[in-house]
Design a protein around this ligand. Structure first.
Ligand code: PAF
Length: 283
């Protein structure tokens, strides 16, 4: 497995791979890999000749008061994990390589899809994501790109961007990977201290509660959201950013549940802000 740090070296590697007819599978990450990322690499390994993993903590998707500087990083550990999963290349550029002095080109998907949920409290976040992914897609030129469904809004935004910019890339959303007790895997779980790890279980538990209410016949989003918020608020260390029930394609609000539905939440547990969701077909 190679670790490539420059765009020029990556261009050379990818050009040769495409000329020899190889199908490239791509897993974009910000590193500090966990089993969720590894499930994406495993999936990519099944269906492609070459698997590229990028590890790049993208500054343009962090707001001024967010955790860019403290975001966990451990390239040696990540490289060892990628090697075990059979990745062929890690692309690990520096911020200067991706955004040289004077950089001024951005790609943005407008509308409700980027304004609500995480977009409401993280201004500019999705502009950073779509900008870096445009650059990374142009560099890696994948046939298939793998994303975790934990970032459901990111998946919806990327799918829309790929569709609207006519990228010939198949976006493959992969299921959320959870700890045994239900906590969705996230690099940010490493920020949880002491009892916050236990407290964080209320995220997946409130989603379970919503699922149960729907199974029991409840269809009012207001009633379900209220029950979820009550459950989350019963844990002292939590602060709700949002609890939303929306249609899973365009992320538009729904009052009465039906069809392809996304129940998504973002909650601070102590300092860390965690997200989780469930997507389900409501009959
Ligand atoms: O999901 C992430 O880790 C990031 O948003 C991504 C897709 C790697 C872009 O920086």
């Amino acid at each position: 497995m190679q670790i490539i740090k420059t765009v020029a070296a990556m261009n050379g590697y990818i050009r040769e791979a495409i000329q020899s007819g190889k199908c490239i599978g791509y897993v974009p990450t910000m590193g500090y890999l966990h089993d969720g990322h590894l499930s994406l690499i495993k999936e990519a390994r099944k269906n492609n000749d070459i698997v590229v993993v990028s590890i790049f903590v993208n500054p343009t998707q962090f707001g001024p008061n967010e955790d860019l500087d403290s975001y966990p990083r451990d390239l040696d550990r990540d490289a060892a994990l990628c090697e075990v999963e059979g990745a062929d290349v890690i692309f690990h550029p520096t911020p200067e390589e991706m955004y040289p002095n004077g950089y001024s080109t951005y790609v943005e998907t407008f509308g409700e899809i980027t304004k609500k949920l995480c977009g409401a409290s993280r201004e500019g976040h999705f502009r950073g994501v779509t900008t870096v992914l445009t650059k990374l897609f142009n560099i890696v030129r994948p046939r298939n790109a793998y994303f975790g469904q934990k970032d459901a809004q990111q998946v919806a935004v990327v799918e829309k961007m790929v569709r609207e910019l006519n990228y010939d890339i198949h976006i493959v959303p992969c299921p959320i990977v959870r700890e045994k007790d239900g906590l969705a895997m996230s690099s940010r779980n490493s920020y949880l201290q002491g009892h916050e790890r236990e407290d964080a279980l209320v995220l997946s538990q409130s989603l379970e509660l919503a699922k149960q209410m729907i199974a029991d016949g409840e269809r009012s989003t207001a009633v379900i959201k209220q029950a979820m918020c009550d459950k989350i608020n019963s844990v002292e260390s939590t602060e709700i950013d949002y609890v939303e029930i929306v249609d899973a394609q365009e992320l538009e609000n729904v009052e009465t549940l039906s069809g392809d539905t996304l129940i998504a939440l973002a909650v601070k547990v102590g300092k860390p802000r965690l997200i989780d969701n469930v997507r389900l077909e409501v009959k």
